[in-house]
Design a protein around this ligand. Structure first.
Ligand code: PAF
Length: 282
């Protein structure tokens, strides 16, 4: 049975009641759970004695023109999925429980949060880092689990944990894909049927670059041209970025070296913004 904890005092009481020495894993989410989230819960199970998930649609990480209001919130279904996954507890706070009305303290990472999504979604990673640090402080987990689909988010959180000496180990879970290759995302439900049909092209563009890399191509510009060419003839896909980057620092690369690279993309299909990525040379 997943214990639903709605307040900080309920969460603290639950945390304090855990057996001494029990390793606790946290899986922070914004709900609208899918198989990608459940794979993180299962990964947490393999590392930890107890697993807590959180569901909080964090307004601080949404821009004024973004989808905060329409973000899906199927809470009964989410709780049933957490129960089925054997998650021990769910932190499900209201907004006021997380942010006091006069909240004035934020966490700002100033390097890996700047390019890619950071450049296009000002304030997004400030919102993510702030709420994630709060969740770490509240739950005091030994491990925390984040999906590799949000590779830049993982990099920002890892940097924050290192820089602020937060006593938690970050574990990245592999991207979970639909049968046709589309990366699972809570935002996939927004896609209209025709958009859903073309959405797998995003992953195909990454696979095209991956195949060229496997065939020996190391020039970042050429890999980018190969990947972008897959999307070029599809007017329904509006690419925001498609870039070859250093895996940890997210700095641009001219050529892929011994450390491999991350290829990351963001694109609009209609009003729905999707991201995806692939790590090469791992
Ligand atoms: O990846 C998400 O769902 C969110 O960005 C997170 C980590 C739960 C913070 O709100």
């Amino acid at each position: 049975m997943t214990k639903v904890l709605r307040t900080i005092s309920e969460l603290r009481a639950w945390r304090n009641g855990l057996p001494a020495g029990a390793r606790l894993g946290l899986v922070p989410t914004m709900g609208a759970l899918h198989a990608g989230h459940i794979s993180l819960m299962e990964l947490a199970r393999t590392h930890c004695d107890m697993v807590i998930a959180s569901i909080f649609v964090n307004p601080l990480q949404f821009g004024p023109q973004e989808d905060l209001a329409r973000y899906p919130r199927p809470i009964e279904k989410d709780i049933a999925m957490l129960e089925a996954a054997g998650v021990d507890a769910l932190f499900l706070p209201e907004h006021t429980e997380v942010y006091p009305p006069d909240n004035s303290t934020y966490v700002v990472e100033e390097a890996v949060s700047l390019p890619l999504c950071g450049a296009l979604r000002p304030g997004h990673f400030r919102g993510v880092a702030t709420v994630v640090l709060k969740l770490f402080n509240l739950t005091q987990p030994h491990f925390a689990f984040f999906g590799q689909k949000d590779a830049q988010q993982c990099a920002v959180i890892e940097r924050m944990v290192r820089d602020l000496n937060v006593p938690v180990e970050i574990v990245r879970g592999a991207i979970v894909r639909e049968e046709d290759g589309l990366a699972m995302s809570s935002r996939n439900v927004y896609l209209e049927p025709v958009q859903r049909l073309i959405a797998p092209l995003l992953y195909q563009s990454l696979l095209a670059a991956s195949a060229a890399y496997e065939a020996g191509e190391r020039d970042a510009g050429k890999l980018e041209a190969i990947g972008r060419a897959v999307l070029a003839d599809e007017p329904g896909i509006n690419v925001q970025y498609w870039e070859v980057r250093d895996r940890r620092s997210l700095a641009p690369l001219q050529a892929v070296g011994a450390d491999g690279c991350l290829i990351a993309l963001a694109a609009y299909l209609g009003k729905t913004r999707l991201i995806d990525n692939i790590a090469l040379g791992t």
